[in-house]
Design a protein. Structure first.
Length: 495
C-alpha cells in the first residue's frame, strides 16, 4: 500500500545502514571515463592525490623514492625488450597489497628530459604487448597482459588510454593494471616485460612502483552521536543535535522553507518496484521526471528556528538510489550546506567572498554500461567558494576509500561537515563520510572573506544538470536526516 503525502515544504537527507556492503573497490581502467592526469576515475571525478598519478614505493611510503625495480633504457635502433624483476611487488599483492596488479612507471629522475616509448596493449603487434610473467612454485608459468594501461602527459588532462604507445620519462608516467590471482601457490618470480622502439635521450632510468590511488587507503568506521540511539529513535534529545527527521508523517514538512510547485517529492512507506525497501517507517521519495530537472528544493534555515547561524555543522542523511537512477546524460545536485542569502553561490551566481557560498552534494554522469565501474553511481560535492575559477561551482568527487561510488538499491549513510574559514584565509574545511568511512577531506577552502557569511541553511536539493533534462524518470530515497554540532555517524540498528 503506497502512502503519499503531497509535499509543500519538503526534504530529507540520506543515511546508510551500518554494515551494508560497500563497493569492493575502484577498478582502474583506461577508457575516456577512467585514468587521466587528474583523475584515477574521471567519470566520478575521483582525483589522484597529485596530478600525474600516485605511487607507493618499496618501503611503503606514498610518493617515496625507493623503486621495486629499475632499468636503464639506452637509445638503440629498432626494437628492444626491457625486463624488470618485480617479484617483491607481486609478493606484496599476494599478501593483500592493493590494488593488486597495478604498476606505476616513471623516470627515476623526475627532472630528466628523455622520454621512452613503450608499446601498449592496443599496439597492432600483439607479440609486443606489455606482459607480466609469473612463475609459481607448482611449476606453472603464466604470461598475462594488462587489462588497462595509460600514460599521463600533464598538464594535458585528457585520458591517454587507448593509444598504441605508453610514454614514460620527461614528466610522463604510466599505469598498467594486470590480472593477478595468487591461487594459493607460492610465487617464485615475477617479471615485467615491455617493448620499446623509440627513445628520446641517450639513456633513461625507468623505475617500477606500486600504483596507489586514494581508494587504496584503508579507513576505520567512525561512530558518533547515532551510536547511542537505536534506529535514531530519540536522537533529537541529544544536546548536540539541532534537528532530526525520520519522514514517518507528512506534517514534518512544516520545518522546511521554500518549495517549488514543480517538485516531485513525497513521503512513502512502500513502493512497488524500483528496488525499494524502507529502513523503517516512511522515507522521502524524490523523482526527477523524464524531460525535467527538479526533484527537490527546500531549506532548513537555522535562523527561522531560533538558532544562531553556525560556523560549523554536521549533516547526515540516508540515501538510496533507485533502480531507475541512471544519469546517462549529465550529473546534478544533491543535499548539502549553504550560505547563499539569496545573492550568490548557485546557478552561475559567482561567489566572491562577500555575497554567498554553498557546498551541496553532487551526482555524476554514469560510466558507460560496458565500463568496469558502469554499475556504480558516483556522488561528491558541488561547491561555490571565494576565488573559484569560473561562475559555476567546482565538482569534487569523494576519492578516498571506499569512495563516493554507490550501488543502486542500497541504503547508505551520507554525512557532510563544513567548517567555515577564518574570513580571508584558506582554512575552511569540507569533509564527507559514507557509512562512517571518511571519503573526502579538504582543509584549505576560502568560503568567505567577511564574517557576516555563516551557514545559513541545510539545502535539500535534488536537481538534474546544469540545464540538461533527465532522459528518463530517475528516483532516489532519503531518510533519517540529522543536523548536529558534533559528528553523527551511521545509526545503530535495533537487534
Amino acid at each position: 500500500m503506497l502512502r503519499i503525502a503531497a509535499i509543500s515544504f519538503g526534504a530529507a537527507l540520506l543515511a546508510a545502514i551500518p554494515g551494508a556492503r560497500l563497493n569492493a573497490g575502484v577498478l582502474l581502467h583506461d577508457d575516456g571515463s577512467g585514468m587521466t592526469c587528474q583523475f584515477y576515475l574521471a567519470a566520478a571525478r575521483l582525483e589522484w592525490r597529485k596530478d600525474g598519478g600516485d605511487w607507493r614505493d618499496a618501503t611503503g611510503a606514498v610518493f617515496g623514492p625507493v623503486p621495486y625495480a629499475s632499468q636503464l633504457v639506452s637509445r638503440q635502433k629498432g626494437r628492444q625488450t626491457i625486463e624488470w624483476d618485480v617479484t617483491d611487488l607481486a609478493r606484496s599483492w599476494a599478501r593483500g597489497g592493493v590494488p593488486a596488479g597495478a604498476v606505476y612507471l616513471r623516470a627515476t629522475d623526475p627532472d630528466a628530459k628523455g622520454i621512452v616509448n613503450f608499446f601498449s596493449r592496443e599496439h597492432r603487434d600483439k607479440g609486443a604487448h606489455p606482459a607480466l610473467v609469473l612463475e609459481w612454485s607448482d611449476g606453472r608459468t603464466l604470461r598475462v597482459e594488462p587489462t588497462a594501461d595509460a600514460h599521463f602527459a600533464c598538464p594535458n588532462f585528457r585520458g591517454l588510454g587507448g593509444k598504441s604507445v605508453l610514454q614514460v620519462g620527461g614528466g610522463h608516467a604510466a599505469v598498467l593494471v594486470f590480472p593477478f590471482d595468487p591461487t594459493g601457490a607460492t610465487l617464485r618470480r615475477a617479471t615485467l616485460v615491455l617493448t620499446s622502439n623509440k627513445q628520446y635521450s641517450r639513456v633513461a632510468e625507468i623505475a617500477v612502483f606500486q600504483a596507489f590511488p586514494p581508494s587504496s587507503d584503508s579507513s576505520e568506521i567512525r561512530h558518533g552521536i547515532a551510536e547511542r540511539f537505536s534506529d535514531d529513535r530519540g536522537i533529537d534529545t541529544d544536546p548536540d543535535v539541532i534537528f532530526a527527521e525520520r519522514f514517518d508523517s507528512a506534517d514534518t514538512y512544516a520545518k522546511w522553507a521554500g518549495g517549488d510547485p514543480k517538485m516531485t517529492a513525497e513521503v512513502v512507506d512502500s513502493v512497488s518496484g524500483d528496488g525499494y525497501e524502507p529502513i523503517s517507517g516512511g522515507s522521502l521519495r524524490v523523482r526527477i521526471k523524464k524531460g525535467g530537472t527538479l526533484g527537490l528544493n527546500v531549506h532548513y534555515r537555522f535562523a527561522d528556528h531560533g538558532f544562531q547561524e553556525p560556523e560549523s555543522a554536521y549533516f547526515r542523511y540516508y540515501l538510496r538510489l533507485g533502480e531507475s537512477w541512471n544519469p546517462v546524460r549529465d550529473g546534478g545536485k544533491l543535499p548539502g550546506l549553504s550560505g547563499t542569502y539569496g545573492r550568490a553561490g548557485w546557478g552561475g551566481r559567482r561567489a566572491d567572498g562577500t555575497n554567498g557560498w554553498s557546498a551541496r552534494g553532487a551526482f555524476f554522469k554514469q560510466s558507460d554500461a560496458a565500463s568496469p565501474m558502469g554499475s556504480l553511481r558516483g556522488i561528491g560535492s558541488y561547491v561555490y567558494y571565494a576565488g573559484m575559477g569560473s561562475s559555476y561551482g567546482d565538482a569534487w568527487g569523494w576519492n578516498r576509500a571506499p569512495t563516493g561510488l554507490l550501488e543502486k538499491n542500497r541504503w547508505y549513510s551520507v554525512e557532510q561537515y563544513v567548517r567555515l574559514n577564518t574570513p580571508g584565509n584558506e582554512d575552511g574545511v569540507l569533509r564527507a563520510w559514507i557509512d562512517g568511512h571518511l571519503v573526502f577531506e579538504r582543509e584549505n577552502i576560502r568560503f568567505r572573506d567577511v564574517s557576516d557569511l555563516k551557514i545559513e541553511s541545510i539545502w535539500m536539493n535534488v536537481y538534474h544538470g546544469g540545464t540538461s533534462r533527465a532522459p528518463a524518470d530517475m528516483t532516489l530515497y532519503i531518510d533519517n536526516l540529522v543536523v548536529a554540532q558534533d559528528y553523527i555517524g551511521p545509526m545503530r540498528r535495533a537487534r
